[in-house]
Design a protein. Structure first.
Length: 482
């Protein structure tokens, strides 16, 4: 009897095979409900019940990371023998593919590693150690940004039970990881140092001819990156010092968080000419993965195809979430829940929701326009402020702009019993700057709130429509709150 060839995992249709790795196969899929491509990675579940339970918990933990610098996990599908992670599909190439054909410019090195550092900062907030930060696990998008993927061997930081789906690549091993000791975020920072070293010099600090030099990893100091780099590569002092700090043998001698890393990388980018901003897209073009429309026959485990059930609740909408949890309850639990809801409804109570208005202030927008770049006709400082305020209200709700720039009118409502007072001190202060040359513009947004400082940057090319400008402003405002 001929075996059945399945072309779907749960509600996702399989289009073709993408790659095969030590942890599992990766397929290109299609979500007909949201009309988007997805990447689907299939694992075989452990035999033990405890192992399966821990793997499910780890998958949910990874899915909780929400960052534009991390490949998003949309769904987790499970059958009796397999588990599938449904992930964001990133068109482009891996950093490994890119480095195999070219030596990146300094701007490209700084830009890629800045994005990776941002991804590690998000993982650290959830006490997750990636454990395998290497070029093959960094995806470069068509827009010239980097996304960290493959948290398949991620684990809780020291103090949590480790979950190992595969051994970490030797190119990303820290000394403590090689010795089997407890890990924290500084192990990923060591791998970040190896990544910076390779991108700047063209070789790994502890790997020779494809073989890990264990003695060099554990005991010997690394060759300074300036000595290892080709003569045409100029490495700033701060960047060379950062690489040395990240590659320290003892975790206690490395930076504790990514804050210093991101500070040095951002500072290096600011010192480079604006024209370098589009280098990454231009350099990586020859490495882009071809989007082949032709499909190839694939074999999906029958259990996932026939009875795979999503274990993640819907991300949006109250009713879909309630339906998801209701379907997961057994009959006694449903009966108890119905009784509880009936009792609550029968009790007379009132729920009063108050909407807080956030006072904010804007600095005067700074526009530096040069060259013959083609800009939207309506582009101006006030237009940028209006778009910023619209995106801000979509992100945090009602705001009241005070101060001299873009202030909202103060409407006084007279009452015999109350006199409304508008705040004079802002909770948050924002600034907008735009610098343009003949081919592109760099949009910088900054947010200051008490002890918190955030910034976001967007690139816009000559001839882009006003709608694309609006979308970029909205996206960068969202970044200010991530």
């Amino acid at each position: 009897m001929a075996s059945t060839v399945y072309d779907h995992v749960g509600p996702y249709r399989i289009l073709r095979h993408l790659k095969e790795g030590g942890q599992g196969n990766v397929f290109l899929g299609y979500d007909a409900r949201l009309h988007r491509k997805v990447a689907i990675k299939i694992y075989r579940l452990p035999a033990s019940r405890a192992g399966r339970r821990q793997l499910r918990k780890e998958a949910r933990l990874i899915a909780d990371i929400q960052s534009p610098r991390v490949v998003a996990i949309h769904d987790v599908i499970e059958s009796d023998e397999h588990l599938a992670l449904v992930m964001e599909y990133v068109a482009g190439c891996t950093l490994e593919d890119f480095l195999s054909v070219t030596h990146p410019s300094l701007y490209t090195v700084l830009s890629v590693c800045r994005d990776v550092a941002g991804a590690l900062a998000q993982a650290r907030q959830r006490r997750i150690v990636h454990g395998d930060v290497k070029p093959a696990n960094i995806l470069l998008t068509m827009e010239g940004r980097a996304k960290l993927t493959d948290f398949g061997i991620a684990r809780k930081r020291s103090g949590g039970a480790p979950v190992l789906l595969d051994a970490g690549s030797y190119s990303a091993l820290s000394p403590e990881q090689y010795r089997g000791e407890a890990l924290d975020g500084r192990s990923d920072l060591f791998a970040m140092g190896c990544l910076l070293y390779r991108m700047l010099s063209g070789r790994h600090p502890f790997v020779e001819n494809g073989v890990l030099n264990v003695q060099a990893l554990l005991e010997k100091p690394h060759v300074p990156v300036r000595e290892a780099a080709p003569g045409f590569v100029e490495i700033p002092d701060a960047l060379a010092e950062l690489v040395d700090a990240l590659l320290q043998k003892k975790p206690a001698d490395r930076p504790r968080t990514t804050r210093l890393v991101r500070y040095v990388l951002r500072g290096g980018i600011r010192k480079l000419p604006l024209a370098h901003a589009n280098n990454l897209v231009r350099e990586m073009g020859p490495s882009f993965r071809p989007e082949d429309p032709g499909d190839m026959p694939v074999r999906v485990p029958p259990g996932l195809a026939e009875s795979g059930v999503s274990r993640l609740p819907p991300r949006a909408g109250v009713l879909p979430k309630l339906r998801h949890y209701w379907q997961g309850l057994r009959r006694p639990a449903r009966a108890a829940l119905v009784s509880l809801v009936a009792a609550v409804i029968a009790s007379p109570f009132a729920l009063v929701a108050a909407t807080r208005v956030t006072p904010v202030q804007f600095a005067p927008p700074h526009l530096e326009l040069s060259g013959d770049i083609r800009l939207p006709r309506e582009l101006s400082g006030p237009w940028l402020l209006d778009e910023f305020k619209t995106a801000l209200r979509e992100e945090i709700g009602q705001v009241h702009v005070i101060g001299e720039v873009g202030a909202d009118p103060q409407t006084t409502v007279y009452s015999p019993n109350a006199t409304p007072e508008w705040p004079t001190v802002p909770d948050e202060v924002f600034s907008v700057s735009l610098s343009c040359d003949a081919t592109l513009c760099v949009l910088d947004l900054h947010r200051a709130a008490q002890d918190e400082r955030r910034s976001a940057q967007g690139l816009l090319l000559s001839g882009m429509s006003s709608e694309r400008w609006r979308d970029t402003v909205r996206a960068r405002v969202k970044d200010l709150y991530r």
